[in-house]
Design a protein around this ligand. Structure first.
Ligand SMILES: *Cc1c(COP(=O)(O)O)cnc(C)c1O
Length: 224
């Protein structure tokens, strides 16, 4: 199947899910996830109008950003402190912020490099495998405090990777978003839903869905 055909099928899924949920598809951001996909395919997606892509690994994203000037990359994967500098240098946005010490480090780097990098806080309400990252609800206030309203790291919203079989998870995230918006008096977007569960995520209120395989096809790129 061609990339254009796959994207058309994906758009139809999004359209149907939005109709079922009484939502306007124009308000939903589709973020293609290009991890383990070749540069040539990302270039093809760019020719179809996509300019921002999600990546999981700092080095892979940095390499692709260098190969594809004019496109921007969003970091989705866990961020280690020792990779913070290249992450701030090469990614336009960071979605996996989950610790106050990391927030402090990113603020210093953004200042030093004189850049603005919108951030999303990754949450894990289900005590999932910690390797996926994410903070608990109890840890959120300290993390938001550590961001300190820094204009170089504007907080865009919450990102999560809920357990695959947990149907209530997307609604728990939507409820958490509501509580935080009340407590902090700030609008927050919700990034949730992937190829296998975008319908459930959109039904619960996702603003952004992150789609890898249903957009690009199977990840064929050899693991590094
Ligand atoms: C890989 C990945 C995706 C996309 O997954 P698919 O199931 O291929 O759509 C989305 N978000 C994150 C954080 C990922 O690591």
């Amino acid at each position: 199947m061609s990339l254009a055909d796959r994207i058309e099928g994906l758009r139809a899924r999004i359209q149907r899910a939005c109709e079922a949920a009484g939502r306007d598809p124009a308000t939903i951001e589709l973020l293609p996830v290009s991890k383990k996909q070749p540069v040539s395919l990302i270039r093809e997606a760019a020719s179809l109008g996509f300019t921002r892509f999600g990546e999981n690994y700092v080095q892979e994203g940095a390499d692709k950003a260098a190969a594809l000037p004019g496109l921007s990359f969003v970091l989705l994967g866990p961020l280690q402190r020792n990779k913070a500098r290249p992450a701030v240098q090469h990614f336009s946005e960071l979605q996996s912020l989950d610790r106050p010490d990391l927030a402090g480090r990113l603020r210093r780097l953004a200042e030093e490099l004189d850049v603005v990098r919108p951030v999303w806080i990754q949450v894990d309400l289900w005590d999932e495998a910690t390797k996926l990252g994410g903070c608990t609800e109890a840890e959120l206030p300290a993390l938001i405090e550590a961001l300190g309203g820094d204009p170089r790291l504007p907080l865009k919203g919450l990102m999560a990777i809920p357990p695959p079989e947990n149907r209530a998870a997307f609604f728990e995230l939507a409820a958490l978003r509501e509580r935080l918006q009340q407590d902090f008096g700030q609008r927050l977007r919700l990034s949730m839903g992937m190829s296998g569960d975008l319908e459930e995520a959109l039904a619960a209120g996702a603003d952004q869905i992150r789609i890898g395989t249903a957009f690009f096809g199977e990840r064929a790129y050899p693991a590094r």
